[in-house]
Ligand binder design. Structure first.
Ligand code: MG
Length: 386
């Protein structure tokens, strides 16, 4: 603890510098297990630090975004996607005087609960867990930070602040789930959480196009059928008449991101004025979400997403890896449920005191892509006895 710094300094600074509709620590519902206030880190800075230091966060490095084990290894993973979302969301939060620390914590957390093999892995685990509450990455993210991380002597999980947990719970597709319900009684998400949601989708649309081009799943000629891409190319060519082929792709991607960020900021700014939003309570009570793209960008974005669904997410190379990943998870789920004695000791102990299927699901969901592939071989390959 420091004698030079006192929490009042940063609490006052939040009050002096943040916009009136920004979330402040003084308004927070706090943590489930009360802790002393830190002398120089804000409530949400501390949440951010706990997330970054968690085991689950480090594993994002080797979890699939869309592409598993493609040649080159320069495409996005869950970790780099998370960092892109965080960086863009902070830019927007800062421009509007919102709580940047809270935005950062929510963004760093948003994909923590993803299993190996992306959405294909999620669907496989959901099916395995059909009779035991199902599986969804948003709820699993909550489970990780409320229960499964075991780094602190005084409480399970990371003991994050209520607002960060709530932002995570609000992403859930199953609002009736018991672990989510308690967070949904307060109206709309905070602006900081709404920003992360909008930026998540903006970021993956852009980087999925970038990655798919880079690994050759699609060509620029195919993309020419989407108006969003075409108009971004036109804008780039108008600004850089003699641009070289090597710089065109990254420059167009940058243009697509910048276009959407500016649009989001301007639309949000207009929405705040129109709805006369002055406080956090106004945000909570508002009928509509306040962070959304303009009608024009929404429609251009929908066109790009339709293209991605048809040409990237269902590309045979992506599908092949997705199916293989699902089989790996399904077979390991069945094997561990049938022979729990083959689980690592810590999970065996948990299985004995809880629901076996949930424990197996937690073990599988925590795996990185490559650990799942190796573990599969260790379990089923006759020559592997490890
Ligand atoms: Mg995401």
């Amino acid at each position: 603890m420091s004698a030079e710094f006192t929490p009042t300094d940063w609490l006052d600074r939040e009050d002096q510098t943040l916009a009136p509709y920004a979330m402040r620590t003084r308004q927070s519902k706090g943590r489930k297990h009360p802790e002393p206030t830190h002398p120089f880190r804000t409530l949400y800075q501390r949440d951010r630090d706990r997330i970054v230091h968690s085991t689950a966060f480090r594993r994002l490095m080797h979890k699939t975004q869309v592409l598993v084990n493609q040649p080159g290894d320069y495409h996005r993973t869950r970790l780099t996607h998370t960092l892109e979302v965080t960086q863009i969301a902070r830019t927007i939060a800062r421009a509007l005087g919102l709580n940047e620390d809270l935005t950062e914590a929510v963004a760093l957390l948003h994909d923590l609960g993803h299993p190996p093999f992306g959405h294909a892995g999620e669907a496989a685990l959901d099916e395995c867990m059909r009779d035991f509450g199902g599986y969804e990455h948003n709820r699993h993210g909550l489970r990780l930070v409320e229960l499964l991380e075991y780094r602190y002597p005084d409480f399970p999980g990371l003991n994050l602040s209520w607002e960060v947990l709530q932002a995570q719970a609000m992403h859930s597709k199953r609002p009736d789930a018991p672990e989510v319900k308690g967070y949904l009684q307060v109206g709309q998400p905070l602006l900081e959480a709404q920003i992360v949601d909008a930026v998540d989708s903006l970021a993956y649309d852009c980087h999925d196009v970038d990655d798919a081009l880079s690994v050759g799943l699609i060509t620029p000629e195919q993309l020419a059928e989407t108006p969003f891409w075409n108009r971004a190319v036109e804008r780039v060519r108008a600004e850089h008449r003699s641009i070289q082929a090597d710089q065109l792709q990254p420059t167009v991607i940058r243009k697509l991101i910048d276009w959407q960020v500016v649009d989001l900021l301007e639309t949000m700014h207009r929405n705040l004025l129109l709805a006369k939003i002055r406080t956090v309570e106004d945000v909570r009570r508002c009928q509509e979400l306040l962070v959304a793209p303009s009608a024009e960008v929404k429609s251009l974005k929908a066109g790009l997403e339709a293209f991605l669904h048809a040409n990237v997410y269902r590309h045979w190379r992506v599908m092949r890896m997705a199916c293989k990943g699902q089989q790996i998870l399904r077979q390991m789920f069945a094997e561990f449920c049938q022979h729990p004695q083959t689980l690592p000791t810590r999970y065996q102990r948990r299985a004995e005191s809880g629901v076996l299927q949930q424990t197996v699901c937690d073990y599988l969901a925590g795996m990185t892509d490559r650990f799942a592939q190796d573990e599969y071989l260790r379990l089923f390959q006759p020559t592997s006895l490890a």
